[in-house]
Design a protein around this ligand. Sequence first.
Ligand SMILES: Cc1cc2nc3c(=O)[nH]c(=O)nc-3n(C[C@H](O)[C@H](O)[C@H](O)COP(=O)(O)O)c2cc1C
Length: 377
Amino acid sequence: MDLFSPFSLRQLTFRNRIAVSPMSQYRARDGFANDWHKVHLGRFAMGGAGLVYAEATAVEADGRRTAGDLGIWSDAHLDNLSAIASFLSQEGAVPGIQLSHAGRKASERRPWHGETPINEEDVTERGEHPWASVAPSAIPYADGWPCPREMSEQDIQRVIASFGEAARRSRDAGFKIIEVYAAHGFLVHQFLSPISNKRTDHWGGNSENRCRFAVEIARAIRANWPETLPLAFRLSATDWLDDGIEIEDAVETARRLKEAGVDMIDCSSGGISGKERPGRMVIEQGFQAPLAEHIRREANISTMAVGFLWDAEYCSDLVASGKADMIALARELLDDPNWPHHAAAKLGLDLEHALWPVESGWWLQKRQRLVRKLDLR
Ligand SMILES: Cc1cc2nc3c(=O)[nH]c(=O)nc-3n(C[C@H](O)[C@H](O)[C@H](O)COP(=O)(O)O)c2cc1C
């Protein structure tokens, strides 16, 4: 088993273990995907990734993080998303979509505008107006953030149903795997974490209650998603804060989600409150991989490792040593969309450019032969 061995979940097979981690582009209007998204994602399929996830895609308009987020809250969004899913499939990658609701992190400025709440500048310069946010409890995300409205039972049921509807649309658009965004301080994570969930009804309190929203979302998706296709969740497997989620809580969540029909946990961490990095969060290559290893072993579920991964041998070893079933890359792929092809060469698995699309591979192989023959490098 290595990075380039195929992997199956339910009846879906990935050509290798390399996933493109969801990467918001903040480039949509009214949630609609456009040519930017198609080219952005398409280059990763051409670059050899086994799974290409479309970015956080809002299940409700108010669930967008920024005004530029993708959306799937209406059937009108489907045509453009279908074109993307179809191209990814055609190039041999599995098309995936990350379904999201931002909760109290909604109505935010883009990263390069400061990741603060939308303000007057956005209104005057881009015509982007702020909107009200909701959350399990009326606790702001951080200092300087507006207070979200505590969700009523009706709100909760509506959002769960919206995830179910989004699953139906994802299926109709041709996506083959859904990942629910339950990490990085977004709505589902806000329910899971005792830091943001102070409810006293059956949606808060003990771990079973805090998991209920995630589990009900999994069930609503499963009701509208083919049994032959996999469902994944991205968890923040620890908040890295003493009063937050710890890895053992995440194991419990993974077990419950598995019972509700979830097949893989994408193991990320952090993000529940404010931008400041918690002292316990020490970053180095693969620093979140132990979370994937622990959950895989303890909850007996497939996992994906993500975060500060770039070295082909290191990534291959994560898979070969059974620490994770798949690995996901984000920034390294922005730097090199052909990373999977280059990794295959480094690992000695594709010395003849056979895995490349023939339109590039044929030329690269021809050049390589000539360069060798003429002893040019
Ligand atoms: C441009 C960009 C956009 C991102 N958008 C999302 C997103 O929509 N959903 C998500 O779960 N994570 C998002 N992330 C986090 C990545 O998926 C990934 O977990 C993180 O960048 C760590 O991986 P890396 O070290 O390979 O970049 C984003 C990261 C980047 C760089």
